[in-house]
Design a protein. Structure first.
Length: 115
């Protein structure tokens, strides 16, 4: 089970951190991912976290602005988003699974960046 939270409204250039609480043991067994989706568009990969943080990947569109991190002991993954842009507005989803999927999905949390 995955529970995302922390979305909200922020001005362009601001920061926001979203969280994903997972069931016990999830981070020890699966790659944790953040995806985002704008209505009418396909869901896109944002970032992934695995191996206790030794393996991190980012979409080019967020590299240098977003940071994914996690706490294996407490089964939480965060996505710190800095220097937000209006084009970052989307519903953000966390997903857990083996590399390449299939994934277990949590409900999304809405991030709105105003210009």
């Amino acid at each position: 089970q995955l529970q995302a939270s922390g979305g909200g409204l922020v001005q362009a250039g601001g920061s926001l951190r979203v969280s994903c609480a997972a069931s016990r043991g999830t981070l020890n067994h699966y790659v944790m991912n953040w995806f985002r989706q704008v209505p009418g568009k396909e869901r896109e990969f944002v970032a992934s976290f695995s191996r206790g943080g030794d393996s991190l990947y980012y979409a080019n569109s967020v590299k240098g602005r977003f940071t994914i991190s996690g706490d294996n002991a407490n089964n939480i993954v965060w996505l710190q988003m800095n220097n937000l842009k209006p084009e970052d507005t989307a519903v953000y989803f966390c997903a857990a699974g083996p590399t390449g999927g299939p994934y277990y999905w949590g409900q999304g949390t809405l991030v709105t960046v105003s210009s």
